[in-house]
Design a protein around this ligand. Structure first.
Ligand code: AHR
Length: 639
């Protein structure tokens, strides 16, 4: 997967006071077992799977957005990372030249009120006279987020005065992952730089999303996207939490902020508008997690929380309001006149149990329901073990654990209430030693757990793996679904595991029962799903978490599928020779699903599940001579 950013648009905000010119464990098996899977196609025992059951959770963690999905190549583009006071931290900008040729400092003289810091560059050398500049010029450079993927190109700008916006299209001659942006000159003078942006032109619909990473998300067919965090939303301290109003409007006017939980600066190019746009581009329902006046270390008292409530009402108006409304007007001005389809909000993240949570929650709940009765509100409190003591449409549930515990948690929702509120399993993953940096073992355990969620789709309304992304240069949380650097990306086995559930949203879950002497290491589900040509398929998914081969006999309404002559069956298998196998930049496809066809096999077919594997079987449903027992429905004909 290549990230082609050969063509970039550079936007520079600066002014020049004096004349200046710049250039710019091996799987072993002997034993074999037999298992029987009984699938019942009767409507009476079937369940409709929610349209949004499987989605994704995007958090600004591991440089997932800044230096990741958000394609901006310049890091700390406004020189604001050190905060509002001078001297400011210009990291990762560096200086080309020495004290004898230039003086670089920061000042508070931007024309933008929310981000006052600018960089002042006084050039002492010249292209003539006694103090000649070095051949390459002097100036500053930005390495981006551990390198930019483009190659050498130059541009020249002419003399300007006062603050001037300059835009240049750079066409690179090739690709080099270690490129950087240099702004150099050989002319004496003073240049002030304010906002410097280098944006690839090949982002998705030019919406700013790095195309290879965006496509990997799109391939998951997510039913929803939860954003922008996680702990990122809370902050270690409220002053550093994500606050949506600071992230909207023209990019050059956004102040940016230091995310103190994951300890990095973000220019907030990926802001509230862009998250909503991302959801729309993915065809996923946006799920906005907002700060409810509680961080990891401080809390707003419920008696003082109303400004936070108003801020969230304004954020919903920004998403859904009429273009005539105050915040709907800003959205329209940013290029999206039509409202975004925001129907889910989550009040905080992992805050249940904190002193002010329920009090604050109730203030948000009543204000949002009054203004937007259709919006579904998600509580942080776990309603799976005991009923909530407050109203909610969904309750949040997070699970990070070892592989065995994850696999056995497939039954977690078997006994919970089928009444509202339903569960939102918004963060799940195997972590610790079992996971490495994304192992097959972790993916198999998660597959078992997610099959359990699918089987309980009348108690679980939504589920997402976490975290979604990691830039390998800032691996803050391990493991993650998608691994990337400035030039390349690959999916971990957990990413590929999610592909098996891509057709589940809106499908029909059939009742199914497994019989096996090793049933504790097997779990299965059966769904009927429809492709874009309106063809219906029966999909059976099975995880073999054990180390034996398993011969599977499938019975559909009592008829043994394996012995039916001439049937078409597509098999997709996720496995590898070693349980701890991972993908890497060197071997990005070592562990990924492999498809094979059992078209017109004829006679009896042995369906064998490899040890430590996740397998799905897709069987086209069509009218023919063989009719499934127990149904009058034409869809019950296979083969
Ligand atoms: O997914 C990483 C973190 O795990 C999230 O920020 C937080 O919600 C959870 O603790």
């Amino acid at each position: 997967m290549g990230f082609n950013s050969a063509i970039c648009s550079i936007l520079l905000f600066f002014f020049i006071a004096l004349n200046s010119i710049y250039q710019s464990s091996a799987i072993e098996t002997e034993a074999s077992q037999t298992a029987l899977l009984f699938v019942n196609t009767s409507e009476a025992s079937a369940k409709e799977i929610p349209e949004n059951l499987f989605g994704i959770f995007f958090e600004e963690i591991n440089h997932a957005g800044a230096g990741g999905l958000w394609a901006e190549l310049v890091s700390n583009r406004g020189f604001e990372a050190g905060g509002p006071n001078t001297p400011s931290n210009i990291d990762p900008w560096s200086i080309i030249g020495d004290d004898s040729s230039l003086i670089v400092s920061t000042e508070r003289s931007s024309c933008f009120p929310r981000n006052k810091i600018v960089l002042r560059m006084e050039v002492l050398c010249d292209n003539e006279g006694t103090s000649i500049c070095p051949a390459g010029g002097v100036g500053i450079y930005n390495p981006g987020f551990w390198g930019m993927t483009l190659a050498t190109t130059n541009f020249k700008a002419s003399h300007v005065s006062n603050w001037t916006k300059m835009e240049v299209l750079l066409q690179a001659q090739g690709t080099d992952a270690k490129s950087r942006l240099q702004l150099t000159t050989t002319r004496k003078g003073v240049i002030w730089f304010d906002q410097v942006s280098l944006m690839p032109t090949d982002t998705y619909k030019e919406h700013g999303f790095r195309s290879d990473l965006f496509e990997m998300l799109k391939d998951l067919k997510p039913g929803f996207i939860r954003f922008p965090g996680g702990c990122f939303v809370e902050g270690e301290w409220l002053r550093n939490a994500f606050r949506w109003k600071e992230t909207v409007g023209p990019w050059e006017e956004r102040p940016g902020h230091f995310g103190d939980v994951w300890q990095y600066w973000t220019d907030d190019g990926l802001g509230h508008f862009e998250f909503l746009q991302l959801a729309e581009d993915l065809g996923a329902a946006p799920v906005w997690v907002f700060n409810n006046g509680i961080s990891h270390n401080d809390q707003v008292d419920t008696s003082n929380v109303l400004p936070f409530v108003q801020e969230i009402l304004d954020g919903i108006e920004f998403a859904r309001g009429d273009p005539q409304s105050k915040w709907g007007f800003l959205r329209a001005a940013m290029g999206h006149r039509e409202p975004f389809d925001l129907k889910y909000v989550a009040v905080g993240n992992e805050d249940c149990g904190k002193k002010n949570y329920v009090g604050n929650y109730l203030k948000f709940y009543s204000a949002i329901k009054k203004a937007y009765p259709d919006i579904k509100i998600i509580s942080n409190c776990d309603g799976s073990s005991k009923p909530l003591d407050h109203p909610a449409d969904l309750y949040d549930y997070h699970i990070y654990t070892g592989a065995n515990n994850m696999f056995s948690s497939a039954s977690k929702f078997d006994q919970v209430s089928r009444n509202d509120p339903k569960a939102f399993v918004s963060e799940y993953a195997v972590n610790g030693n079992d996971a490495g940096k994304g192992s097959l073992l972790a993916a198999l355990a998660e597959a078992g757990f997610v099959i359990g969620l699918e089987r309980n789709c009348d108690a679980v309304e939504m589920a997402s793996y976490a975290p979604l992304f990691v830039n390998t240069n800032d691996r803050n949380w391990n493991p993650d679904a998608i691994v990337f650097d400035s030039a390349q990306a690959y999916g971990t086995p957990s990413y590929w595991m999610q592909h098996f559930f891509r057709e589940s949203n809106g499908a029909t879950l059939l009742s199914s029962t497994l019989q096996a002497n090793s049933s504790s290491s097997l779990i299965a589900s059966a769904i009927v799903w429809q492709n874009s040509d309106n063809k219906k398929y029966l999909r059976i998914k099975v995880v073999n978490f054990g180390s034996d081969n398993v011969t599977l006999q499938i019975f559909i309404d009592g008829l043994e599928l394996n012995s039916v002559p001439s049937f078409g069956l597509t098999k997709t298998e996720l496995t590898s020779s070693n349980l701890m196998d991972e993908n890497s930049f060197q071997m990005p496809k070592k562990v990924m699903p492999v498809k094979s066809s059992m078209e017109d096999a004829g006679g009896k077919v042995d369906i064998v599940l490899s040890p430590h594997s996740f397998t799905s079987f897709d069987l086209l449903m069509k009218s023919s001579s063989i009719r499934m027992v127990g149904s009058d429905n034409a869809d019950s004909y296979f083969m």
